[in-house]
Design a protein around this ligand. Structure first.
Ligand SMILES: C[S@@+](CC[C@H](N)C(=O)[O-])C[C@H]1O[C@@H](n2cnc3c(N)ncnc32)[C@H](O)[C@@H]1O
Ligand code: SF4
Length: 459
């Protein structure tokens, strides 16, 4: 099926804001204050239930050199080395606090450093932080260890330090290669620089490279973005993420540096997105879901094929990731039935660590209803189907009865050709794959909530 053949009116009708379901419930609903002791109890309960569970670690390194006007990440622009040093000092202490609270005998199977720009740190700082973590946690030999990098300001020595520290995947921001677009978003990154960094990544033997692109940026047209996509295809990264830029200057003040008049309109963005799907799939990339594409021999594509795909705060993953420990400001942690998020400001984060506590600001303990809904939502997001009978067996309930109030919407989705429903299962169609979030949203128990979080629009 060619995405370009999809009726744009249908696409537009389903382009309402919906969560990305990196968790369920989505993070804006983490409203309870989870005390350190409560985490302790939850960890102890999980230890009893899953003593062999493998762990994931997320480390948030928020610092960047310059502001990209579109940025929606939790980042801090700084040129003060003492600010970075202070943060690292506390981050090192947080690693120790976690280790003191966690049981022995578990292996770390996945670690991701995100930001901001982790490679804002010097190669030596990167190495020291990695050594420190390895001193307190044991990694499995097959662990997937990845880091986000920004080619601007990146040296061969940075990548060498990461490789020597055991990192095997690199994720790199590119966004758009058109100089006019780069100028408008304050991110000058010549293609030759991106190519140079990719050459280093390959030379150093990283197993996987991901490139981030964005559509919906100022001055982009379907034709200009097509050129960007073609250039990136030529570079053959194992994974490509194509994010939609949601312009929300009321929430991210600096986005008002982008003039709304320079942004492409909805019709143009639909063209960009649908033609990107076609270009990437024609070039051999597999559409994993949402905004992710991977080459057929990449772990993500294999996991999709084998129905072994998972979704956690880092997006799609091949690792179960139900025990995730997030370190650094805004870091998110996950246990099978609870979530927690770290303090957002450096001051609150430092204060908590000074008090000898894991710097949790808020969290969420899932209800029995949440767990059933999450199961249905993640089946759609990862496996593109819900086996209703298997769900009914898992929860000793009747799926259709439990979700009786969803039947009307499911019927509408089926009428629009996005799903097929029979007694055994709900299956996402080829067109429906473009609307996974909207299909999953049917099962979201928080959609009527008085809390009105702002999710990025899918268009
Ligand atoms: C933390 S950054 C990646 C590493 C590095 N800081 C960089 O920019 O190269 C994560 C990615 O989020 C995406 N991103 C940032 N702001 C966004 C926004 N407002 N909407 C959609 N995607 C966004 C960009 O594609 C960016 O590469
Ligand atoms: S997009 Fe990346 S480099 Fe740019 S400000 Fe955001 S986190 Fe920093």
């Amino acid at each position: 099926m060619k995405a370009a053949h999809i009726n744009p009116a249908l696409y537009k009708r389903y382009a309402y804001p919906v969560p990305r379901y990196t968790s369920y419930p989505p993070a804006p609903h983490f409203d309870h204050h989870i005390q350190s002791e409560q985490w302790g109890e939850l960890l102890a309960k999980n230890e009893e239930q899953q003593p062999q569970a493998q762990w994931s670690i997320y480390v948030h390194l928020p610092f960047c050199d310059t502001l990209c006007y579109f940025c929606g990440c939790n980042m801090i622009i700084t040129h003060r080395p003492e600010r970075v040093n202070r943060y690292l000092h506390y981050l090192h202490r947080e690693v120790v606090l976690w280790r003191e609270q966690l049981p022995d005998g578990h292996l770390v199977d996945q670690m991701h450093w995100g930001g901001g720009t982790p490679t804002h740190l010097s190669p030596e700082q990167l190495k020291n932080l990695s050594d420190h973590i390895h001193q307190f946690f044991v990694f499995s030999p097959q662990a997937e260890i990845s880091c986000e990098v920004d080619p601007r300001g990146l040296s061969f020595a940075h990548l060498q330090a990461l490789r020597e520290a055991g990192f095997n995947r690199i994720s790199m921001g590119v966004q758009d290669i058109d100089p006019r677009v780069q100028q408008a978003v304050n991110r000058i990154q010549p293609l030759s620089l991106t190519e140079q960094v990719i050459e280093w990544v390959r030379k150093l033997g990283f197993h996987g490279l991901n490139i981030d692109l964005m559509y919906g940026l100022p001055f982009q047209t379907a034709e200009s973005f097509f050129q960007t996509v073609q250039q990136i295809i030529r570079l053959r990264p194992e994974r490509i993420a194509v994010f939609h830029y949601a312009h929300l200057p009321a929430i991210k003040k600096h986005q008002s540096l982008i003039s709304a008049a320079d942004l492409p309109n909805t019709e143009e963005k639909i063209r960009m997105w649908l033609q990107t799907i076609d270009a990437l799939t024609a070039a051999g990339y597999i559409f994993i879901g949402l905004d992710h594409f991977a080459l057929p021999n990449d772990e993500l594509s294999i996991a999709l094929h084998q129905k072994q795909l998972y979704r956690n705060f880092q997006g799609y993953s091949t690792r179960a990731g139900t025990h995730l420990f997030g370190m650094g400001i805004t870091g998110i942690s996950q246990l099978p039935d609870a979530y927690a998020q770290n303090e957002k400001t450096e001051q609150a984060y430092f204060r908590s660590i000074d008090a000898g506590q894991i710097p949790t600001a808020r969290g969420y303990v899932m209800s029995a209803d949440d767990i059933k809904r999450r199961d249905a939502i993640m089946q759609i997001m990862c496996h593109r189907q819900i086996d209703k009978q298997a769900w009914s067996t898992r929860f000793a309930l009747d799926f259709d009865q439990y979700f009786a109030d969803c039947q009307e919407e499911l019927k509408q989705l089926a009428n629009d050709g996005l799903i097929q429903v029979n007694a055994q299962r709900i299956e996402v169609t080829d067109i429906g794959v473009l609307f996974l979030r909207q299909i999953a949203y049917v099962f979201d128990g928080y959609r009527q909530s008085s809390l009105k979080p702002v999710y990025s629009a899918s268009l």
